[in-house]
Write a protein that binds this ligand. Structure first.
Ligand code: ZN
Ligand code: ZN
Length: 464
């Protein structure tokens, strides 16, 4: 009888153990396996962990290294490339176990439902047997054994119930499995903006990465503009609640909104130097770059004297290297002329981006239309008060004009722009063979003094 009980116990434990472990890749690595193991980059201390993905528990993943070494690491402590890799491994294992990641936990439930039936059935059977044994006044040991087995089966039944709770909810990375897009790590975004601090500053919460800036780049401006609206750059207050917001969890749009027919108002991306990037088309639908509205860095000033780009700020790659040069307001990174790994840029889709080898979608800045974003790959919220094509993306930072907007100065070409002090600029333009000037400065209280010297040499001044 003892043999019978131990056989039943073994059977129960085998089923229970398998149900809790789930399928996972082969483990137990030796030193010789080292070159074949995955190198995981941790984003918080730049260390590496070498081992293979073993399993996932909520927002934790377990990595198995050589000689049985195990690490339990929070998903968001991995760099973005390894988060994407881990998500790939999780999906593979979910498939192995008959789960379907995109459908959440439906198949997951059916697997556990089977175990619930088995353990529930066992509990009822053993309970019945122990009652039967008691009635027939059978051997005490046998009655005790049936009661014990029914209790075990009941415990396993409840363990299975608990395990069946969906593990997609209630943790930071739950969405990863549902959307297939890993949540962007703040350290990854921040590393792209770092080169431009302290002129800009960054912070974040669980939803957005925020960028505060004065809207003044670290390069010169205005020179090269041949179609000038007479606006000039003045510092902007993109700070406090008027900061730029990059969503941390991009979500693919069902139908990406084209920049040809949308977003003529407001920015579509924020460059890593804190300068907004607007639609390649101006608000009249013309290619800003082709009609000479832009300086040699791809920017100019709007009606609020706010400096912004319409073309890709590719010159930032000199400082940024292979890091992103911008982030679109849907949350996806914008890289320069090369792939993040330094190789030649691969072909782009109509949104002006692609998924490269890390499995995460990104855009590229190029020297041709649409320059930065062809269509918003990610979902964005648009301002309901400004219908398409002027549907600006929200949240959005705003410029605060200090003077009325001016009119274009036909045939003027901007030939010089200097900063005599940290709070003044002198702009020189050429009209025919004569030169005109706009010299301006400002106080810390935000009082602006302008001096306009036209091509006939006549000076006028204005304070704002
Ligand atoms: Zn503009
Ligand atoms: Zn790429």
């Amino acid at each position: 009888m003892g043999k019978f009980i131990s056989a039943v116990l073994t059977l129960i434990f085998t089923i229970a153990f398998n149900s809790l472990l789930l399928a996972h890749p082969e483990g137990h690595y030796k030193k010789a396996d080292l070159p074949n193991l995955h190198h995981w980059n941790l984003n918080f201390n730049h260390q590496q962990v070498i081992g293979n993905f073993l399993m996932q528990r909520n927002d934790l993943i377990v990595i198995e290294g050589i000689e049985g070494k195990m690490w339990t690491i929070k998903m968001n402590k991995l760099d973005d490339v390894d988060q994407a890799y881990a998500n790939g491994e999780i999906e593979k294992i979910n498939r192995l176990n008959g789960f379907n990641a995109s459908e959440g936990t439906s198949n997951h439930s059916s697997t556990y439902f089977m175990y619930l039936l088995i353990f529930g059935g066992m509990a009822i059977t053993f309970y019945g047997l122990s009652v039967y044994a008691a009635r027939k006044k059978m051997n005490t040991n046998l009655r005790l054994a049936f009661s014990t087995l029914s209790v075990f089966a009941i415990i396993l039944f409840f363990v299975s119930c608990k395990k069946d709770e969906p593990n997609n909810g209630g943790n930071g990375n739950g969405n990863n499995v549902i959307t297939g897009i890993p949540k962007t790590t703040t350290s990854f975004i921040d590393s792209a903006f770092t080169h431009y601090k302290p002129k800009i500053s960054t912070n974040w919460d669980t939803t957005y990465f925020y960028v505060s800036s004065t809207g003044i780049p670290n390069h010169n401006m205005m020179v090269g503009i041949s179609s000038w609206q007479q606006q000039v750059p003045i510092p902007q207050d993109y700070s406090g609640t008027n900061h730029w917001s990059i969503p941390l969890q991009p979500v693919y749009a069902t139908t990406p909104l084209s920049t040809r027919t949308n977003f003529m108002k407001g920015a579509v991306a924020i460059a890593v130097n804190g300068i907004p990037i607007f639609n390649a088309l101006n608000n009249r639908g013309e290619d800003s770059y082709l009609i000479g509205e832009l300086d040699q860095w791809g920017g100019h000033c709007g009606k609020g004297d706010d400096y912004h780009y319409h073309a890709a700020p590719l010159s930032l790659s000199t400082i940024s290297g292979l890091k992103p040069i911008a982030f679109a307001l849907d949350g996806f990174a914008v890289y320069g002329a090369k792939e993040p790994d330094g190789t030649t840029m691969q072909s782009l889709d109509t949104c002006h981006g692609h998924i490269y080898n890390n499995g995460v979608y990104h855009y590229h800045g190029t020297t041709n239309y649409p320059y930065v974003v062809g269509a918003m790959k990610g979902k964005v919220v648009t301002d309901p008060t400004t219908p398409a094509p002027e549907n600006q993306i929200l949240p959005q930072a705003f410029a605060h004009p200090i003077r009325p907007a001016l009119t274009p100065l036909r045939n003027a070409v901007i030939t010089g722009f200097t900063a005599p002090t940290s709070s003044s600029y002198n702009l020189t333009y050429q009209l025919g063979n004569r030169f005109g000037h706009v010299n301006y400065n400002w106080t810390t209280n935000g009082v602006y003094h302008f001096e306009f010297i036209d091509t006939a040499g006549i000076t006028t001044t204005a304070n704002y």
